[in-house]
Design a protein around this ligand. Sequence first.
Ligand code: ADP
Length: 456
Amino acid sequence: MKIVKGGEIAARPQEKKPVSKEQARLVYSLILIFFIPVAIIVNFFWNVQKFQNNLESDLNQRAGLAAAIFAAGVSDAFDNKPLLQTKINALKGNSQIKEITILKPLDEGFEVIASSNRNEIGVIYSSLQYTTAWVENKNITAQGADKNVNPPARYNVVISPLLNAEGEQYALLNLKINLADIDALTQKALKENLIILIFTIFIVLLLLFNHLRFSEYMMLFRRLKEIDKMKDDFISMASHELKTPMTAIKGYMDMIFEGVAGKVDQNAKDHLLKVLGNIKRLDGLVDALLDVSRLEQQRMQFDMQAIDISTIIVNIVSELRRQAEEKKLKLQYQPPELPHPIIFADVDRLTQIFNNVIGNALKYTFKGGLVIFHRLEGDRLLTIIQDTGIGMSKDDMKGLFTKFYRIRNEKTVDIPGTGLGLWITKEIVIRMNGEIYASSKENLGSTFTISFPIIK
Ligand code: ADP
């Protein structure tokens, strides 16, 4: 958009947006919704038509056969018209036969000499079908419909030459066969299949609508993933940006405490110490957020090497000893028996995870103390951190090791924390082929166990 004189806003002509993948998928789904039912319907009617054609062709063949049998039966009665008529009358009761007519060739056409329809007798026909059947000596089939009834009753016509014992043509047989049975059968099949068709289309439509909904969920999922990535990028960027001023503030604070900026009286020092304490907390949060984004984006580097775990824990314990003494807590470490087992890990990350778990044990313990010891289990070295702290209930433990999870009750209300420590610890442990698990009893204490494979 462009702002023109007088504060008006002039909109630029919209650029044509390219068709997105989502739109293409939607169009594809709609095409499916339209074409699949249409294909099923077309297939259905095509099959019904084929079924009817097959029946009719079968009937035609049978009519040809019937004509041949009939011809054999009447060959001796041709000269005896009453006998011929009697033979025809005998077939009248058959519901499939609509009409039987025997025609004799004359110069001007074909004369009916016997028929199941008495009115036809004596009538002379000169039709192309009769002539063709006679001249070419072959069966002619055609179809007709009796329009006097509603719906019109369809029938098949078979015109076949009658041959005597010497194989000479002597007359024509016109056999009209009712198609009512076939039509009734087709109608019945049509009705039954129509029910199945409607049911199938209903199911297919349901599936297709489900497919459409599934596509929508896919789109949503993709968008959520994009937003999640944007959030991760934002946290990563914000944490990096916060880190620089924080380091500068800490540097200046140190200089003030060293007296570089002049003498600082005790009262100001006390206040500045509180400021420093809060800055350290903020710094811890920023470090944790940076670790979260590194872990989530698989950017955390691991410099794996053979390590004697006890050297790391000895250092951590000596660093935390003063803190334990201030809280009047016992802090005890029992290194493994010699020779010390060796594990494969990153020194800094190993320090970080034990700092967090041992630090937590100190943070959430107010009487008694904590003990750290090892156990060998198969080819793994277990490090067990046991405290006599506030412990956790079964319910509270359900969310342990998840991001931003903190147990909130009257015992933890004054204890600062981010709820990120155990999640980061678990992720780092897993990436170094380790395992971590916890057990606890409320008001009695907690035990955290971290295990790593030993290098032989
Ligand atoms: P926080 O920064 O809150 O300590 P963590 O992820 O390290 O975050 O721990 C998550 C929660 O687990 C803590 O808020 C605390 O309630 C509980 N917790 C962790 N370690 C212990 C422990 N040794 N004893 C009792 N509760 C603990």
